[in-house]
Design a protein. Structure first.
Length: 250
């Protein structure tokens, strides 16, 4: 059964760094499990953080602009074609980790067949992996416009400011109905030694659960491209037990 975690939040909040930290934790805890990184963020930073400019996207399939690696097989149904095309754009990072990029997505209001065909093809794709990590654009609504799937844990990444706490409430409102009853809470990121009283008060007022706190990693200023951080990874390990994710380590 596939475990799915979605990382949501405003651009610049640290989502990509947190996605990569979870990937490394899963690789450490469960080295035999297969992982799919699903880049649903329009910035495309996730691929760049690995040193790749991934231009083959789900949008390319939808728009008919994708250039395939091989010739298109003959005598396929339209659904088979979409599933084959999705396979063509999967980018392998290592033996157990793949990445796929969505870029622009169509509206669920669109009744064109390709919308449903892409949804069904992605659902079939997700089922092949043990763990899927979604790097979301802002909230779950944008992801749901692409694929209708249950999420086990949705984390709203918020910075330690009143403005970010209020924004987290907006993200929660947009995301709640798409979380399908899964865990939904806030992770405070880039926390230094500031007074957090007003932030916690606001989050409590908004009925938002704080699932974890991640300190600011000054080294990320020097390593802003790769988004790798041992500080973030170790901080997540401290609250990992609170998350609706596999708990048994090897």
């Amino acid at each position: 059964m596939t475990t799915k975690i979605a990382i949501t939040g405003k651009g610049g909040s640290g989502k990509t760094t947190i996605v990569k930290a979870f990937m490394n934790i899963f690789k450490e805890y469960f080295p035999e499990k297969s992982i799919l990184l699903f880049d649903n963020d329009l910035s495309g930073e996730l691929g760049h953080s690995f040193g790749y400019d991934i231009r083959n996207t789900i949008y390319g399939i939808r728009s008919g602009k994708h250039e395939y690696k091989t010739g298109i097989p003959q005598h396929m149904t339209k659904q088979e074609y979409v599933e084959w095309a999705i396979e063509d754009i999967i980018f392998k990072l290592d033996d157990n980790v793949d990445i796929i990029v969505s870029w622009f997505v169509g509206s669920k209001d669109c009744r064109c067949p390709i919308t449903a065909q892409i949804n069904d093809a992605i659902i079939k794709l997700l089922e092949r992996y043990d763990i899927v990590i979604f790097d979301c654009e802002f909230d779950l609504k944008y992801l749901n416009q692409l694929v209708d799937t249950d999420i086990d844990t949705t984390l709203i990444v918020a910075n330690p400011t009143d403005e970010s706490a209020n924004l987290a409430k907006r993200i929660e409102e947009f995301s709640a109905k798409y979380a399908a009853g899964g865990q939904l809470g806030v992770v405070l990121n880039k926390v230094e030694n500031q007074d957090m009283t007003s932030v916690y008060t606001l989050l409590k007022k908004h009925d938002l659960d704080v699932l974890g706190v991640i300190p600011f990693d000054k080294e990320l200023v020097k390593d802003s491209v790769s988004r790798n951080s041992e500080v973030v990874k170790e901080a997540i390990k401290q609250f990992y037990f609170r998350l609706n994710l596999p708990q048994e380590k090897v």
